[in-house]
Design a protein around this ligand. Structure first.
Ligand code: IPE
Ligand code: IPE
Ligand code: MG
Length: 247
């Protein structure tokens, strides 16, 4: 449901430091309009812009957007090409605005299958926005939570094999230093759009105690007001972390 009230930070509860979003429903948005799936992805760019602006207004420090999963490489080639060229377009056309807003962009995932042109665009936007201090934007591309964990386990196993780490001494931070998100706290709030109640291999370690907000809205229709609703929902939650009351 959309509210028409302007978004404003609410002092009734804490603002989540880190918000993660599974941006889902582009294909259904396009199908509803008898358009090719690509048009849904293209329309989703506006929702990305709105979400960034809303996150800044709310005082969120880190915004992590799931843009493309490792499993999404299994989609038809035509759709993959369209998504990669959209990522290039986004990185180029939004660069100046992101710099001006003080948004620091990091593109995180296994980028080895990415074509050189998209890779260039990604590196350019990362370099141009480096040092932005208003909002950290993690764009998760070619990302898989399980692959990320496997990679971390492999790295830890290597340290053990080299004799520099005793298995008994392994602590959460040892594993976390090998995750793509090594320099960010865990998400406080996860938003998934399009009404799907699943994680789809997203941030399996980091979401352990994250509050989840499922929005029925398809991603291209997601606005700053929907983002505000998710924040208000979060502010009503009691986070207990396994205790009897909130710590
Ligand atoms: C999310 O929308 C974007 C990506 C996964 C790249 P979808 O493309 O998954 O849209 P639906 O779920 O088919 O509607
Ligand atoms: C999750 O959406 C991945 C992204 C939003 C990038 P999917 O549409 O790929 O997930 P499933 O297939 O519905 O689980
Ligand atoms: Mg989907």
């Amino acid at each position: 449901m959309t509210t028409s009230a302007p978004i404003r930070p609410d002092s009734s509860g804490p603002v989540p430091r880190h918000v993660a979003v599974i941006m889902d429903g582009n294909g259904r948005w396009a199908a509803d309009r008898q358009l090719p799936r690509y048009e849904g992805h293209r329309a989703g760019m506006k929702a990305v812009r709105e979400t960034i602006e809303a996150a800044i207004e709310e005082g969120v420090e880190i915004l992590t957007l799931f843009a493309f999963s490792t499993e999404n490489w299994n989609r038809p080639e035509e759709e993959i090409l369209a998504l990669m060229s959209l990522l290039q377009f986004y990185a180029q056309s939004e660069r100046a605005e992101l710099v001006q807003q003080g948004v620091e962009v990091k593109v995180l995932g296994d980028l080895s299958p990415m074509d050189a042109q998209t890779m260039d665009a990604v590196r350019t936007v990362e370099e141009a926005t480096r040092g932005g201090s208003t909002l950290r934007l993690n764009l998760m591309v070619s990302y898989s939570g399980r692959a990320e964990l496997l990679n971390a386990v492999r790295s830890l196993a290597r340290e053990v094999a080299l004799g520099v780490l005793d298995p008994e001494d392994i602590r959460p931070w040892h594993l976390e230093q090998y995750l793509h998100t090594r320099d960010t706290p865990d998400p406080d709030l996860l938003i998934r759009t399009s009404g799907e109640f699943r994680i789809s291999n997203f941030m399996l370690w980091q979401l352990a105690y994250t509050e989840i907000h499922i929005s029925p809205v398809l991603w291209p229709d997601f606005t700053r007001d929907h983002f505000g609703e998710a924040i208000r929902d979060y502010q009503r939650r009691e986070r207990r972390f396994g205790r009897v009351t909130a710590p």
